[in-house]
Write a protein that binds this ligand. Sequence first.
Ligand code: UDP
Length: 236
Amino acid sequence: MNEPKYKRVMLKLSGESLAGTSGYGIDFNVAKRIAEEIKDLIDMGVEVGAVIGAGNIWRGREGSGMDRVTADNMGMLATCINALALQNSLEDLGIETRVQSAIEMREIAEPFIRRRAVRHLEKGRVVIFAAGSGNPYFTTDTAAALRAAEIDAECILLAKKVDGVYDMDPNIHPEAIKYDKLTYRQVIEQDLKVMDITAITLCKDNDIPIIVFGLDGEGNIVKAITGESNGTIIDG
Ligand code: UDP
């Protein structure tokens, strides 16, 4: 097996990645598969932080007509449900895992404390950062960029349904072309649908490369960190 190119990474999983084919809720077979791949990273000596979205349970006020802040608070709480599910799957495999929440819920998760998170990582524990950034009007992509900067992660592993960044939506346009490499500026200027602009800007300002890859397919998380993935790298 090739050597990992990074020692400490931030894995960003969308909520939908936990949903399996139903597109909703949590498929524990999928959670187990993701946990097994994270275990492979831990076994390689990589320190893993993770941020998980909530699109499988709740995504803002989409179509509900709700108050934005209330809807976003619900989204952040939904990320906590996903975080606990992933923690459970990791611990089933014997991987020590801590959930740190941006919104205090001490009976369920530790509060986010940067130095403590780093200590957990150094001890080989997976740290799942739940409740996004703790603020409405943000996304979990931005939370991943923020926490990555805070814990000095060397890259963000951005797991997607598609296997990289394309010039058009490849599900609609089969002729879409995949980029091997992009700069942050290209992503922003071409309005490529990778992460929201706030998240990309945070990565740009803090020189955090983003490795975009498809989660479907065995061993793709490991391939992303050993440089064998055929996804897209965003940096420079
Ligand atoms: N959210 C928020 N602040 C944050 C992170 C998330 O308000 O810092 C809310 C927001 O409503 C968002 C929802 O949580 O739509 C779920 O997060 P996201 O859409 O990023 O999940 P994903 O698309 O990755 O599954």
